[in-house]
Write a protein that binds this ligand. Structure first.
Ligand code: ASP
Ligand code: MG
Length: 471
C-alpha cells in the first residue's frame, strides 16, 4: 500500500506569511515520501470572531458588519502577504474571499428575520475553514504543488446534533473513498486541502464538531482511507505534544513521548486541550498511528506518538491532570425513599438535554447520587431536575456546588496496581486537602478526587510529587 499522511494545521499555524512558509517547508519534507491530505482550521482567531458576529447579529445590533469587515481584512492581508507575486492564485483567492464575505453579510442580515439557532451559527462559523483551506490550496499551487480544495460538507456526513455533531462513519467512508481515492490516484493531484471542523447532515445542513473540531476531521479522513493507504495522522500544534501535567499549574512537567490511545483519551477527557477528545476514539477504532508535533520545530524528535499499545514501564502513573471548573450535583431523597432506579431517569433526562456527565461518584448510601457536570451546565441542570416530575416525589433535595475541581491520576497502572487510592488519600490528606468525593471517569485508567477549587493547584503538585517525581 502507498503511504499517505493526513496532517492537520491548527489556527495557530495559519496566521501570516511566516506560518504559511512553514507549512510549505513541512509539506516539502513529507511529500518526498507520500501524498498528503491537509486539514485546515480557520485562521487564528477567526472562529471567535464569527461566533461574535453570530451573537451580535441575533441581538439585532445594527452595525455588526464591522466584524465581517475585520474578518475580510485579516484574510486580505494574508493573501497580500503570501500571494503578492502570483497573479492567477492571488486573483482566485481574492475572488473567493469576496464571494464568501458577501454571503456572510447576507446571512447576518437575515438572522434577525428568522429564529436564531445553533443551526445558523454552524453555517456562519464554517466560513472560517472554507476561507483558510481555499487560501492554503492557492498558496500551495503558487509553490507549484498540484493542490486541490475540498469543502468537507461534500464528503463528511454527521448526525444533526448542531454545534457538537458526531460523524456517521459508515456513510462517510463511502463518500470519502469515492471522492478522494480517484483524486489521490490521479497524476494531477498530490495534495488535497480539506476544510476542518464541519460536515453536513443527510439533508445537507452544515454541522460543526465543536471547538477544536478540525482534529476530528483529520481523524475521520484517515479512518475512512485506512484500508487503502498506509496511513498516519500528524496534528501540527503550538505544543510539542501531551505533557504529564498542565504546565500552567504544575511546577514540573515532562513530555509524554509514547502514549496509548486509552491514556491519551483520559488526558483529553480531563481537560488537556491538546486534541479534540473524539478524534482519539476514531484513530483508535481505525488503529491509525498519530503524532502531535510542534509546528515551529518540525524536525525535532520531541513529540508525542499515540498508538494502540499501552506502554508498560515502571512509571505506572503517567500523568496528573485536572478539570479546574466543575459543578457537583447531589440529589438526595428522604431516608425512607431509596433512589435506586431513579439514577437512570436522572441521567437520561440530562443526556437527552445534552448535558455532559463528567463523573459519577460511588456512594454506599442509597439515598443520594452525586455527579459532576460542566460548570456552564449548572443552571440548566438545576432547572431540568427541579422541573422533573420526580422532584418532590422520589427525590427531595438538590444541591449544586459550583466551586469544585477534579484532579485525576492517569495511567495503565491504575488498573494493575493496588494502593493508588490510598496514596491519593494520604498525600492529599497530609497537605490538608479535603476530598469531597472520589470517582472513576470515562474508563478505568484514572483515579479521580473531587476537591474544593481553591485547592486545585496545590493538589496537582502534591500528586505530581507523590506519583511522578518520587518514582
Ligand atoms: N476553527 C475551529 C475552532 O477554532 C476548529 C478548530 O480550530 O479545530 O474551534
Ligand atoms: Mg481554531
Amino acid at each position: 500500500m502507498e503511504d499517505l499522511v493526513v496532517m492537520k494545521f491548527g489556527g495557530s499555524c495559519l496566521k501570516d506569511e511566516k506560518s504559511f512558509s512553514q507549512i510549505q517547508y513541512i509539506v516539502k519534507k513529507y511529500r518526498e515520501a507520500s501524498k498528503i491530505i491537509i486539514v485546515a482550521s480557520a485562521l487564528k482567531g477567526i472562529t471567535d470572531k464569527l461566533i461574535d458576529f453570530y451573537k451580535k447579529s441575533c441581538k439585532e445590533e445594527p452595525k455588526c458588519d464591522y466584524i465581517i469587515d475585520d474578518i475580510f481584512n485579516i484574510h486580505k492581508n494574508v493573501i497580500n502577504q503570501i500571494l503578492i507575486n502570483e497573479e492567477s492564485e492571488f486573483k482566485k483567492a481574492f475572488e473567493f474571499l469576496k464571494k464568501e464575505i458577501g454571503e456572510l453579510k447576507q446571512i447576518g442580515g437575515v438572522i434577525k428575520l428568522i429564529r436564531p439557532s445553533i443551526e445558523i451559527q454552524d453555517i456562519i462559523i464554517s466560513y472560517g475553514e472554507k476561507l483558510s483551506a481555499f487560501i492554503l490550496s492557492q498558496y500551495l499551487k503558487s509553490k507549484n504543488y498540484k493542490a486541490e480544495y475540498i469543502s468537507s460538507d461534500e464528503i463528511l456526513l454527521t448526525d444533526d446534533n448542531f454545534g457538537r455533531a458526531l460523524p456517521l462513519l459508515k456513510e462517510t467512508e463511502i463518500m470519502v473513498t469515492d471522492r478522494i481515492i480517484p483524486l489521490l490516484q490521479s497524476e494531477l493531484i498530490e495534495i488535497i486541502c480539506v476544510t476542518g471542523f464541519y460536515g453536513s447532515t443527510k439533508d445537507k445542513k452544515i454541522t460543526t464538531f465543536g471547538r477544536g473540531g478540525s482534529d476530528l476531521t483529520a481523524a475521520i479522513l484517515a479512518y475512512c482511507l485506512r484500508n487503502n493507504y498506509n496511513l498516519k495522522v500528524i496534528y501540527w500544534k503550538n505544543v510539542k505534544g501531551f505533557l504529564n501535567a498542565d504546565p500552567r499549574i504544575a511546577e514540573k512537567t515532562a513530555l509524554l513521548k509514547r502514549i496509548s490511545y486509552k491514556e491519551a483519551k483520559e488526558l483529553a477527557f480531563f481537560g488537556s486541550k491538546v486534541l479534540h477528545p473524539l478524534c482519539l476514539d476514531v484513530n483508535e477504532k481505525g488503529n491509525i498511528p498519530s503524532e502531535i508535533k510542534f509546528f515551529n520545530e518540525p524536525d525535532s524528535d520531541e513529540f508525542t506518538t499515540i498508538t494502540k499499545e499501552i506502554v508498560r514501564d515502571d512509571k505506572i502513573i503517567r500523568a496528573i491532570t485536572s478539570i479546574y471548573k466543575l459543578s457537583m450535583v447531589t440529589v438526595e431523597s428522604d431516608t425512607m425513599v431509596p433512589l435506586s432506579g431513579t439514577a437512570s431517569k436522572i441521567f437520561s433526562l440530562l443526556g437527552n438535554n445534552n448535558v455532559n456527565i463528567v463523573f459519577i461518584s460511588q456512594s454506599s448510601s442509597e439515598n443520594n447520587i452525586t455527579f459532576g457536570i460542566e460548570f456552564e451546565d449548572s443552571m440548566k441542570v438545576s432547572f431540568l431536575l427541579r422541573n422533573s416530575d420526580f422532584f418532590g416525589k422520589k427525590w427531595f433535595k438538590i444541591k449544586i456546588d459550583n466551586d469544585i475541581s477534579l484532579v485525576a491520576v492517569i495511567g495503565a497502572g491504575v488498573l494493575h496496581t493496588s494502593g493508588i487510592a490510598g496514596r491519593v488519600f494520604t498525600s492529599l490528606g497530609d497537605s490538608n486537602i479535603n476530598i469531597k468525593a472520589i470517582a472513576q471517569g470515562s474508563s478505568e485508567l484514572n483515579f479521580t478526587a473531587i476537591i474544593d477549587r481553591k485547592n486545585c493547584d496545590k493538589a496537582i503538585n502534591v500528586l505530581y510529587n507523590e506519583f511522578i517525581t518520587q518514582k
